[in-house]
Design a protein around this ligand. Structure first.
Ligand code: COA
Ligand code: HC5
Length: 625
């Protein structure tokens, strides 16, 4: 059976007739079928909320102009016609949005996946400092992932909950044995976990050289840590040369350039086989060279950047295959983490896997396996023709520009964590988002379109919608906070209103009632119906609303890790945070090429905003209400 292609990912993977379905009671399917379908919100409701969302972003005059355009969309019949189209689509599909979202947000997006799409995670620094320690940790990590995989294969993963409701678990079936494949207009994702003979190997990369490492014994049991360690040592020993062509650099390029280079690369039979082996592998482990030493203060931000892009062609960027869904990175100096290709899944399933693996690495090795000699892992060969060499050189140049352009600041906010807002009966996430609005306002004197990811996994095959954190109430609060004429009591009231407005928006979003995906759906429906694009989508206000200067996401993890991603606009910031009980891990990103942005500056203002808001709450007696 051929691997199934991403187009069919809109169907639950388990419908692709896996052999395991015969053996298993179909727990997964039964769960999935019990989930509600993503609704299409009422048109009137979305248009009203859209107009409200524009208020903090544009002038009254611009708003009046857009109001007319929106009214025209509502009353001319165009909106209703598109809405009917969406409702028909919702009846015909499992999820009216998921395939469209996969295509537009990921597979048709042409910028490099590096920095622009693939997020990174930094694990707490491990306490090894040499090769033995590195390989032992990598071996344990690999065993931990295989342990997680057995829960996926046996359908024994515990179902997750959000707001008391069960979540769709489909993404867990998409992250192992899968890979993005470049295409000239759009990419695809291949997933080999459902095929007749699913892969039993992982890919290991060291000094830019790729190896196929079989991780199961012939009886189907996974290799033990000792066995994997021995195999990793063999790989290390046969890849000591550092003068190899960094073939993996090709995957960092603009997707159109990479698609051309890919076709050229796989013309050669050996190359094609090597690429297939990487694509099919369960996941990738990158054994990285140590990074140049920097101060402790700088180090965390450097490691985060290293997870996102590998540090450039002279460092570890060639030690990756960025199209691979899951790549674990283990460096000789104890820095570890991962980078993942975003098309198949959101952060939370990836982080759940990571939490499991981190716990696993802490367990002592119980079984000492008898050392039956295993065959040498297969080296994946590449024939580098002059054309391929030329493509590698071009990719190196572009990558190095991206590496220089990325500005990352990681910081641990240690004055408080989730505990403080909770003790004040405030939503911690909303508290952080409102603080971010204050930080931005203090830097720029206004609000900007702000994106926060909200999970739609309450619905079958749900991905995300947008929480628009810049609200009328958040703007009133930040203006009030900066107004020396206002009393603290008034400021706290504005703060509580802003936090409540954010929490309400969140509830609306996770229940499928937000506006961004609905508006996208209406626009795509217009394109599909071949009608001209309605004016509402051509309006400047729409462009402003979609230009997310602040692109943010909360990804909670049990592990004390830092997560990061790049900005989504040239003059914007990416802000990812992991709120723990008594501290919050933040990563802020920006582009050096933009004179107006600076990651460390926003980080500084954010720290100050969080402290000032805490002070404000502390200094103001609670009202009796
Ligand atoms: N008083 C006291 N406690 C409160 C409170 C209040 N007013 N409001 C919330 N809390 C508590 C909650 O009960 C929760 O408790 P827990 O820690 O015991 O679970 C905790 O504070 C956190 O709640 P809150 O900060 O409001 O946010 P959340 O955890 O509901 O998260 C989102 C909000 C938007 C992040 C979440 O809904 C979501 O969608 N997550 C997925 C995002 C995602 O997919 N990101 C990655 C994209 S790739
Ligand atoms: C390991 C952390 C991953 C976070 C990734 C994330 O938040 O991706 C967002 C996905 C979405 O659909 O909202 C996109 N974003 C990075 C642009 C916020």
């Amino acid at each position: 059976m051929l691997a199934f292609i991403a187009k069919s990912m809109a169907r639950p993977a388990r419908l692709v007739k896996p052999v395991s379905l015969v053996k298993l009671p179909g727990r997964y399917l039964a769960h999935q079928e019990g989930l509600p379908q993503l609704p299409v919100p009422p048109l009137q409701q979305t248009l009203n909320k859209y107009l409200l969302a524009l208020k903090p972003l544009i002038s009254q005059e611009e708003w009046d102009h857009t109001h007319k355009i929106v009214e025209d969309f509502r009353t001319s019949g165009v909106g209703e016609r598109l809405q009917k189209g969406l409702e028909r689509r919702a009846k015909k599909t499992e999820n009216w949005l998921s395939d469209w979202w996969l295509q537009t947000a990921y597979l048709e997006y042409r910028l490099p996946v590096v920095v622009h799409s693939s997020p990174g995670v930094v694990l707490p620094k491990q306490d090894f400092t040499d090769r033995q320690g590195q390989l032992r940790f990598a071996a344990k990590l690999i065993e931990g992932v295989l342990d997680f995989k057995s829960m996926v294969d046996n359908e024994t993963l515990p179902v997750e909950y959000l707001g008391g409701k069960q979540l769709c678990m489909n993404q867990y079936y998409q992250i192992l044995s899968s890979c993005r494949v470049p295409g000239p207009k759009r990419d695809s994702v291949v997933n080999y976990s459902q095929v007749k003979n699913p892969p039993t190997h992982i890919t290991v990369v060291h000094n830019f050289q790729f190896f196929q490492l079989d991780v199961y014994n012939s009886d189907g049991t996974p290799l033990t840590t000792d066995q994997i360690f021995n195999q990793l040592e063999k790989i290390w020993g046969t890849s000591l040369q550092t003068n190899k062509e960094p073939i993996g650099i090709l995957t960092t390029n603009h997707r159109n350039s990479w698609a051309k280079a890919y076709n050229n690369l796989i013309k050669d039979k050996t190359n094609k086989e090597s690429v297939r082996t990487i694509q099919k592998s369960i996941f990738t482990v990158c054994l990285d060279a140590p990074m140049p030493r920097v101060s402790n203060e700088l180090s965390r931000s450097r490691v985060a950047a290293q997870m996102l892009h590998g540090g450039g062609s002279g460092l570890n960027s060639g030690n990756r295959w960025f199209d691979k869904t899951l790549q674990f990175i283990v460096a000789e100096d104890g820095s570890c983490g991962l980078v993942y290709e975003h098309a198949p899944a959101e952060g939370p399933p990836i982080v759940a896997l990571l939490d499991h693996v981190v716990e696993y690495t802490k367990k002592p090795d119980l079984v000492r396996s008898p050392m039956i000699p295993l065959p040498m892992p297969k080296k994946l060969r590449f024939n580098i023709t002059p054309e391929v060499k030329n493509d590698i050189e071009k990719a190196k140049q572009n990558l190095n520009i991206m590496v220089h352009d990325l500005d990352v600041k990681v910081f641990v906010f240690d004055k408080f964590g989730k505990n403080f807002p909770k003790s004040e009966k405030l939503s911690p996430d909303a508290f952080i988002q409102v603080a971010l609005q204050l930080a931005y306002y203090r830097m720029y004197g206004g609000s900007c379109a702000t994106y926060e990811s909200a999970s739609l996994r309450m619905f079958r095959l749900g991905r995300t919608d947008t929480i628009r954190s810049a609200t009328v109430q958040s703007l009133e609060f930040v203006q009030g906070m900066e107004d020396s004429g206002k009393q603290n009591q008034e400021k706290v009231d504005l703060l509580r209103k802003a936090i409540l407005a954010h929490r309400n928006y969140t509830d609306m979003a996770i229940n499928g009632k937000a506006i961004d995906r609905h508006l996208l759906g209406l626009k795509l429906q217009a394109i599909e119906d071949l009608v001209s694009i309605p004016e509402i989508f051509m309006d400047t206000a729409y462009a402003i609303a979609m230009h997310f200067n602040l692109s943010t996401s909360q990804v909670p993890a049990k592990t004390d890790c830092v997560m990061c991603f790049g900005p989504v606009v040239p003059d914007g910031y990416g802000v990812c945070y992991n709120p723990m009980e008594d501290h919050i891990n933040f990563a802020v990103s920006a582009y050096n090429s933009c004179a107006e942005t600076n990651a460390a500056r926003l980080a500084h203002y954010l720290e100050k905003a969080l402290c000032d808001i805490q002070q404000l709450v502390h200094n103001t007696p609670k009202s009796k209400l």
